[in-house]
Design a protein around this ligand. Structure first.
Ligand code: NAD
Length: 256
């Protein structure tokens, strides 16, 4: 018998779906919020991000699956109208699993894991950032900031920046600019740059005043930070899949 937990968005619909799931799985699985093997997210993409971060210390023991009650569902497979199919599918237990790669972010002060992206952002003044890849200097960026996303995060903030949508299970990360300044005096790449597991991106600045570090839904200040390193982590979030929803279908549902 599996141990499971339901993490839900704080709204009436999501709470009522949580109650329904707990009743349906009573006697079939054990409800265990401390050591679950299956984490069921009920809400939107933000709820799934919350789940990944909540259980980030036991990623090798947990699988995630989502029921969608919010506005957009890129990280969730089931719609709220499909809740009875979801219950039936879980009980039939025909799980397949796939992994979503994470980013490992290290500063001179701390370390983080990100499912979608990291953002170095400064809305108060131009942020100057020296960017090196595998120890080789690439550019000095000036502008609002830079974003590095995973394949999973390519449809999130990265898409709003004009970055590419990545349709691949392979571990890649994508570096995109946030309002870069480009003229005769200041120049940076401008295009998004796609890198793989062999790359580490190193960001350095003499002045991170007013800048913040965004890691998925979390934001941290960059006081006393001198550098930020990012690479693909060897940790990943394992997603359980009961029904196949193609990326193309998700793209059509969300954007077309
Ligand atoms: P939130 O839950 O309000 O999310 C903001 C929007 O991003 C929602 O519509 C959500 O469905 C969508 N989203 C999140 N992950 C996604 C993914 N992997 N693919 C497609 N869409 C996705 O805000 P939050 O809880 O703070 O969530 C944080 C995430 O929201 C961040 O990781 C960031 O990528 C995203 N975000 C995007 C923008 C933007 O596109 N301009 C702005 C803010 C936050």
């Amino acid at each position: 018998m599996k141990r499971y937990v339901v993490e839900c968005k704080q709204d009436e619909l999501s709470e009522s779906i949580k109650d329904k799931l707990k009743k349906a799985f009573d006697g079939f699985m054990i409800y265990d919020s401390e050591y679950p093997e299956l984490v069921i997210s009920v809400g939107g993409d933000g709820t799934m991000l919350y789940c990944i971060h909540k259980y980030k210390n036991m990623l090798d023991q947990v699988a995630f699956i989502g029921v969608h009650t919010g506005t957009l569902g890129f990280l969730t497979d089931y719609q709220k109208e499909e809740i009875d199919f979801f219950i039936e599918d879980v009980k039939n237990g025909d799980f397949r699993f796939y992994n979503r790669y994470l980013l490992e972010v290290k500063t001179n002060k701390d370390s983080y894991l990100a499912l979608n992206e990291l953002r170095i952002e400064n809305n108060m003044r131009s942020q100057v950032l020296d960017v090196s890849i595998n120890g080789e200097f690439l550019e000095t960026f000036r502008g609002n900031g830079l974003c590095v996303c995973t394949a999973s995060g390519s449809t999130a903030y990265n898409k709003s920046l004009g970055g590419s949508i990545v349709c691949s299970g392979k571990g890649i990360m994508q570096l995109s600019e946030i309002a870069g300044i480009h003229h005769n005096a200041y120049r940076s790449l401008g295009s998004s740059l796609i890198l793989d597991q062999s790359h580490t991106i190193h960001f350095e600045s003499l002045d991170f005043r007013n800048a913040v570090l965004g890691i998925d839904q979390h934001v941290y200040d960059l006081q006393d930070v001198q550098y930020i390193d990012v690479k693909l982590s060897n940790k990943y979030a394992c997603f359980a899949q009961l029904k196949k929803v193609s990326l193309i279908e998700r793209l059509k549902r969300a954007y077309l």
